[in-house]
Ligand binder design. Structure first.
Ligand SMILES: NC(=O)c1ccc[n+]([C@@H]2O[C@H](COP(=O)([O-])OP(=O)(O)OC[C@H]3O[C@@H](n4cnc5c(N)ncnc54)[C@H](OP(=O)(O)O)[C@@H]3O)[C@@H](O)[C@H]2O)c1
Length: 307
C-alpha cells in the first residue's frame, strides 16, 4: 500500500514508518524541517517538508504522494515546537497541537478527498474526567466544563467527529511511554517534583510506543473505521503507578501533596488529571483488529524501559 504519514518524525512516526516499510508498504512521511529529511530517508520513507497548518502545503504533499492511506500523527508537543511543558497553562502550551487537531485534520481530509483517499487513521487521546472508572469507545470522553478543559476537548472531539464521519479510524492512544516519550515526567519524578496529589485516586491508561505503533499498522492494513482505544490491559490509579515508576527509575518515593496546594502550584488541570482521570478498555481493538500487546501491563513496560 502507498501510505502517507503526516508527522513521520515524532515519537510515534519514527517507529511507525520503519514498521510500515518492513511490511512492504511504500511510505511518504512528513516533517516541518528540511533538516529531518535525512532521518526520514534512514527510516525508509520518501521524506517531504509539509506544514500541517497550511492547506496548500498539505494539498501539494498529499497530491504528489498519491497515497491509498493517510495517517495523522501530527502534534506539536516537543520542546522544539512548544517549549518546556507548562501544565499550569496547558491549553496555551498545547495551542499548536489543538490547531493541528482541528485545522490540520481539516486540511488533511480536504487533501484526502481531492486525492480520492478514504482510508484515514488519526491520533486521538484517551483522556476523560467523568463517567465509569474504565471507559469503552461507546463513552464520549468528558474533560468537564472549565474553559481550559473545553478548549482541550475541542481538538480531540473535532478530530474524532470529522475523521469518523469521513469513514476513517480514530485511535485513542493512552498515555505513551517508551523511548523519548516520558523523559520529562521521569526527570520530574527523579527530582521529587512529581507528587502524589490528593491520594492519587485518578486513573490512567498507559500504552507502550511499540504497542501504539502495532495497533496503528493494523488499523492501516485493515482500513479500520470508527474509534478504538489503544491502551494496555491495566488501567491504574496514580497511587499505584507513580510509586512503581519512581522505584523503576531509582528515585525516592513521590511526595504527597493535598489538592489545594497542588492547585496553587500546578493548576487545576494537573489536579484533575491526578484525582479524576478515568481508565480505558482495549477490548474492541483486540477483538476487531486482532491487536496483541507486547506490553500488556505498564508494570512490565516501566521495568524494562526505566530500570
Ligand atoms: N498520548 C500521548 O501520551 C501522547 C501523544 C502524542 C505525544 N505525546 C508526547 O509528547 C512529546 C512530544 O511528542 P513528539 O516527539 O511526537 O513530537 P511533536 O513535536 O509532538 O511532533 C510530532 C510530529 O508532528 C510533526 N509536526 C509538528 N508540527 C507540525 C506542523 N505544524 N505541521 C506538520 N507536522 C507537524 C512533527 O514534525 P517535525 O518536528 O519533524 O517538524 C512530528 O513529526 C513526547 O514526550 C510524546 O510522548 C504523548
Amino acid at each position: 500500500m502507498r501510505v502517507f504519514v503526516a508527522g513521520g518524525t515524532g515519537v510515534i512516526g519514527r517507529r511507525l514508518v520503519p514498521q510500515l516499510v518492513a511490511r512492504g508498504h511504500q511510505v511518504t512521511a512528513t516533517t516541518t524541517s528540511a533538516a529531518k529529511l535525512g532521518l526520514l530517508a534512514q527510516l525508509g520513507a520518501d521524506g517531504v517538508v509539509m506544514d500541517g497548518l497550511d492547506a496548500a502545503s498539505v494539498g501539494e504533499a498529499v497530491g504528489r504522494a498519491r497515497p491509498e492511506s493517510i495517517v495523522h500523527e501530527m502534534t506539536a508537543l516537543s520542546v522544539a515546537h512548544a517549549g518546556r511543558p507548562d501544565i499550569k497553562h496547558f491549553d496555551r502550551w498545547a495551542a499548536t497541537t489543538l490547531r493541528l487537531r482541528t485545522e490540520g485534520t481539516d486540511h488533511l481530509l480536504a487533501a484526502a478527498e481531492a486525492a480520492g483517499v478514504s482510508d484515514i487513521v488519526a491520533q486521538s487521546f484517551a483522556q476523560s474526567f467523568k463517567g465509569a472508572r474504565v471507559l469503552t469507545e461507546e463513552d464520549a470522553p468528558d474533560l468537564g466544563n472549565g474553559s481550559m478543559m473545553r478548549r482541550l476537548a475541542e481538538g480531540v472531539r473535532h478530530v474524532e467527529d470529522v475523521v469518523v464521519a469521513a469513514g476513517g479510524a480514530v485511535l485513542r492512544y493512552g498515555a505513551l511511554y517508551g523511548p523519548g516519550a516520558t523523559d520529562d515526567q521521569v526527570e520530574l519524578v527523579r527530582k521529587r517534583q512529581f507528587p502524589l496529589v490528593g491520594g492519587g485516586v485518578g486513573y490512567f491508561s498507559w500504552v507502550h510506543l511499540d504497542d501504539a505503533v502495532s495497533a496503528t499498522v493494523l488499523a492501516v492494513e485493515q482500513n479500520a473505521k470508527g474509534v478504538f482505544n489503544i491502551v494496555d490491559d491495566e488501567p491504574a490509579a496514580v497511587s499505584e503507578w507513580l510509586p512503581y515508576l519512581a522505584a523503576c527509575a531509582g528515585a525516592k518515593r513521590p511526595m504527597r501533596v493535598p489538592k489545594w496546594l497542588a492547585r496553587l502550584l500546578a493548576g487545576k488541570f494537573a489536579v484533575t488529571m491526578m484525582t479524576e482521570g478515568r481508565g480505558f478498555s482495549n477490548a474492541k481493538a483486540k477483538r476487531e483488529l486482532g491487536w496483541q500487546l507486547r506490553y500488556p501491563s505498564w508494570r512490565q513496560g516501566f521495568k524494562e524501559e526505566l530500570s
